[in-house]
Design a protein around this ligand. Structure first.
Ligand code: 26W
Length: 801
């Protein structure tokens, strides 16, 4: 069909849909109605491919991958779906012809935020990559009634509001009542001798109905549409539940656990973990048997991947189903389970490794607890003879009154991976070293990836179009082909065009900031960006100390040179993470101070954009000049904003941590700004206890002055918070070595500021980053999981014109 015909047809479908759904004309329709009407048209186009994909999977008996994740962070679907359907340009043209503000229409869609940060967004990037490389893979998670809280600042303090994302209904989901599963909690369980062996008898407890809502995951330029299945908790039909019993049940899918920090677990969280794990596994096995396969064929037909340890109860749940419901023996059930399940670790922070109190666990999931005791016993017996009692004890899932989920995941799966080379190495050498001794072949690395489609092709259309003019469109299907761009790094006209695109994106962000925050930022300045969850180890504080350093220099030293910068922060702090919230307050007060000081604010501005999420990321990332990735070395498993920012031409200011290392390697060290202690140095300090924040403070007058500014009234309105920051750095000896990396950070920033003044040389470095970003495509990441862990076919070239 000619493009014009497509546009004409789309227009008709859109106008018809508006009338059918809302009985309005285009002129009278609100943006929300326009969005919903257009989404309905798009959903229809997805539906046919979706039905065919499902039928095809069933008819061919293809092996299915199920990605179990307690978080998915899809953001908005409309633009991404249009892009993948090949209809984005036509829709834009249609909207222009209709004189409709398409951006406003897209912004009427709620940003679906059923995740905290990197882990959840990675899951959604994988949901985009799987169908795009024709991989048979589905998501399995929770349909939280409320997503991650919406963040606002009042007086510089974070306040949290509920994220009522279903207020206008979700256009994309389909409720599947006939697929509902019952999930059982609590009560007592006894083992009874029957002719078939020991069988559990349940007494009391709580039955919860898990109802799935499915959303089509649209492949890019192909006919594949996979399924993301999110479960919602309801009272089972026929059960008479009081109002309070009803709310206990519904709370299981009530809200996302808003914490990816080191906070203690809660009963509800455990219930959530079991909820989607049990519903998912029950449903998978039900279909497997209905399709005529034997349970022994499960590992050949199904791969269950657990995204961090939150779905680890999948392991004892599978054992329960195989043993109790189907009468298999322990060894055969264990073989089937471990060959089906694989596990990715996403954190090196000891306090973030999940552990549950055994008492709580046994109360909530009594049968699973028995099975974990049995897993524990088998493990000890098989390990102790060769490795000794102490080793067996150290690696046991049950120890010190707790259930150790990472141990259970490592024992009960056939593959364990980290998410960047350094992280995977540290897992082997430190965090999971004992398990590496036991089963070295289980371990591998799968470096994270991102979807260029959302973060580049859709969010930065002008950059993508400019690249097309140089190297054609093949790179959009094979992201590594973007290296061809390197041939143009001496093409001065092209470098100028790249700079123009960057400037337009900066202007777009500046307009947003002006409109939403009332601050006019300088688009000629360096846009220095740090966007990620607020956490001590990510060291937003180091960035802040750098800002204060520049500020004090400009105030007190007439000869100071500071390259003009706009410092851009966006971050949510876990509601219970008091220290992170104090840091937010301090950053906001420093921002106020700087932005309202005419003596400095032609040289520096600081903006903290509220309510960071996927949509805001799509706006900020194309506008970034500098990507701050400054975690303490050895703490950030991978990072993924680092990849998104490099793909959009930002240069990294980075520690040698996580995937920063690989990004610097890919782009070339001369095209990035590495600084700070490496992992070995950090570990040595921890081991030798020889780090003294006090000494650094005493011996560095510049730093001394900066830290004092937090407590001597220089920064206004932060009496308590400034003191808290000061105390954590000095009195508590700076757990994350902020002061240890300070000098190196400040020097590197100064060098970067100088370099930026040569626009052409800077743009050339920017180009080097863009051109090296292809290898960080999630398409390759997922393909590697498929080849080496899931053993399912895929086709990286499944995207045809
Ligand atoms: C107990 C609460 C909780 C919830 C989530 C603890 C820990 C988590 C996750 C494991 C935290 C997380 O999102 N990790 C991030 O995963 C990304 C994707 O692999 C990595 O890029 C980030 O480096 C890592 O911090």
């Amino acid at each position: 069909m000619q493009q014009n015909d497509t546009v004409t047809q789309l227009k008709q479908e859109f106008l018809d849909s508006l009338e059918a759904h809302f009985a309005v004309s285009l002129a009278d329709a609100t943006d929300l109605q326009r969005y919903q009407a257009l989404a309905a048209v798009v959903k229809q186009k997805i539906a046919t491919k979706w039905r065919r994909t499902k039928e095809d999977y069933r008819d061919t008996g293809a092996k299915q991958v199920y990605y179990f994740s307690i978080e998915f962070l899809p953001g908005r679907y409309l633009r991404a779906n249009l892009l993948n359907l090949g209809l984005l340009a036509d829709t834009e043209q249609m909207m222009t012809e209709l004189d409709v503000d398409f951006t406003a229409v897209m912004e009427a869609e709620v940003d679906q935020g059923l995740g905290n940060g990197g882990l959840g967004r990675l899951a959604s990037d994988f949901m985009d990559a799987m169908p795009s490389i024709a991989l048979v893979g589905n998501g399995n998670g929770i349909r939280y009634r409320y997503g991650l809280f919406r963040q606002a600042f009042i007086n510089g303090y974070q306040v949290e509001y509920p994220d009522d994302w279903l207020k206008n209904d979700d256009v994309w989901e389909v409720r599947q009542d006939d697929e509902a599963q019952v999930v059982h909690y609590g009560g007592n369980v006894y083992l009874q001798d029957t002719p078939d062996g020991l069988r559990p008898v349940y007494d009391g407890g709580l039955d919860v109905l898990a109802v799935p809502y499915d959303t089509g995951m649209v492949g890019a330029d192909n006919d594949v549409v996979n399924t993301l299945r999110l479960w919602s908790a309801e009272v089972p039909e026929g059960v008479k539940a009081s109002v309070s019993e009803r709310s206990v049940i519904e709370s299981i899918s009530g809200e996302l656990y808003p914490d990816d920090s080191n906070e203690e677990g809660r009963r509800l969280r455990l219930r959530q973990e079991y909820f989607f794990s049990s519903a998912g596994v029950q449903n998978i096995i039900k279909h497997h048997l209905a399709d005529g396969y034997s349970l022994h064929a499960l590992p050949f037909q199904v791969a269950i991947h657990i995204n961090d340890t939150h779905p680890t109860v999948v392991i004892p749940e599978m054992m329960r189903i195989l043993l109790d419901e189907h009468g298999l023996g322990w060894e055969e059930a264990w073989g089937i389970t471990t060959r089906t399940v694989s596990y990715t670790n996403h954190t090196l922070l000891a306090e973030a490794l999940e552990r549950w109190s055994q008492d709580l666990f046994a109360q909530e999931l009594p049968r699973l607890f028995q099975l974990i005791q049995e897993i524990d016993r088998h493990h000890r017996v098989s390990v102790a003879s060769e490795h000794g009692e102490d080793f067996a004890w150290r690696t046991s899932p049950l120890q010190d009154g707790q259930v150790h989920m990472a141990r259970l995941a490592a024992i009960g799966s056939h593959a364990i991976n980290g998410v960047a080379p350094l992280h995977s190495q540290l897992l082997q050498d430190k965090v999971l070293h004992d398990f590496y001794i036991l089963w070295p072949a289980k371990f591998s690395n799968k470096t994270n990836g991102i979807t260029h489609r959302r973060y580049m092709h859709a969010a930065n259309e002008s950059l993508s179009a400019l690249i097309d003019t140089k190297i054609g469109r093949d790179w959009r299907k094979l992201p590594k082909d973007i290296t061809k761009l390197r041939d143009f790094n001496m093409d001065e006209a092209f470098l100028r065009e790249l700079a123009v695109v960057k400037r337009q994106n900066k202007q777009r962000l500046a307009d947003w900031v002006s409109h939403n925050m009332g601050i006019d930022i300088n688009v000629d300045a360096i846009f220095d960006v740090q966007i990620k969850r607020l956490h001590a180890y990510k060291r937003q504080l180091l960035h802040l100390l750098g800002i204060l350093t520049d500020y004090l220099a400009l105030k007190h030293d007439a000869n100071a040179y500071v390259a003009p910068r706009v410092h851009i922060f966006a971050a949510k702090a876990a509601p219970s993470y008091h220290y992170a919230k104090q840091i937010i307050k301090v950053i906001n007060e420093v921002a106020n101070m700087v932005n309202n000081d005419p003596a400095v604010n032609d040289k520096m501005q600081v903006v903290f954009l509220p309510n960071y999420g996927v949509s805001l990321a799509e706006l900020i990332i194309p506008a970034a000049d500098v990507s701050e990735q400054i975690s303490t070395a050895g703490k950030e498993a991978s990072g993924t904003s680092n990849m998104k920012l490099m793909a959009n031409g930002a240069l990294q200011l980075a520690t040698m941590d996580g995937a920063n290392i690989d990004i610097i390697h890919a782009a070339g060290a001369e095209n990035a700004y590495a600084f700070g202690m490496d992992t070995d140095t950090v570990y040595k300090h921890y081991e030798q206890h020889d780090y003294s924040a006090w000494d650094i403070y005493q011996n560095n007058p510049k730093l001394h002055r900066v830290l004092d500014a937090l407590i001597d009234g220089t920064v206004p309105n932060v009496q308590e918070e400034g003191q808290a920051v000061f105390d954590s750095l000095i009195r508590d000896n700076d757990e994350y070595f902020v002061l240890g990396d300070y000098e190196s950070y400040v020097d590197t920033q100064a060098r970067l500021g100088q370099d930026y003044q040569n626009q052409q040389a800077w743009t050339r470095k920017s180009l080097a980053n863009i051109a090296a970003s292809g290898e960080f495509s999630a398409d390759y990441t997922v393909a590697a999981y498929a080849d080496e862990i899931w053993h399912v076919p895929h086709n990286l070239l499944a995207q045809q014109e």
